[in-house]
Design a protein around this ligand. Structure first.
Ligand code: ZN
Length: 123
């Protein structure tokens, strides 16, 4: 009989054949799900999804990409966020673009620091 703590379904039971020919059960930790983008929900590339003891031994460059918002937003959403903020910056900085119509997108602004819009208009 196995230990009562190992009878839980929160462990992944794996049948392993030993060199002596016996079949034994190994009780491994379950692997977590894949990391997804906070805005669109697509699976993030370059971000490992494994138990923390495995990720801890990885190199820093293996854990996530080096661009801003890595591990939070996908590459497409980061591109949209950068162009979105750049458009507002141009509108506030140059008077010839002052009448440009821009729609606020709260799904992108959710990831910007608080007060980013008010800091643009004061300059
Ligand atoms: Zn996304």
């Amino acid at each position: 009989m196995v230990k009562p703590m190992l009878r839980s379904r929160s462990k992944k039971n794996v049948q392993v054949k030993t060199p002596g020919g016996r079949t034994v059960t190994h009780y491994n930790k379950k692997r977590p799900g894949k990391k997804t983008c906070g805005r669109c929900g697509s699976v993030l590339g370059g971000v490992p999804s494994d138990i923390s003891s495995v990720i801890r031994n990885m190199a820093k460059s293996e854990k996530s990409p080096t661009r801003p918002y890595a591990g939070v937003l996908c590459a497409g959403c980061v591109k949209r966020l950068v162009t979105y903020t750049a458009r507002f910056e141009v509108k506030n900085k140059y008077p010839e673009y002052a009448d440009m119509e821009l729609q606020r997108d709260l799904t992108i602004e959710k990831f910007l620091p608080a007060g980013w819009y008010s800091s643009l208009s004061t300059k």
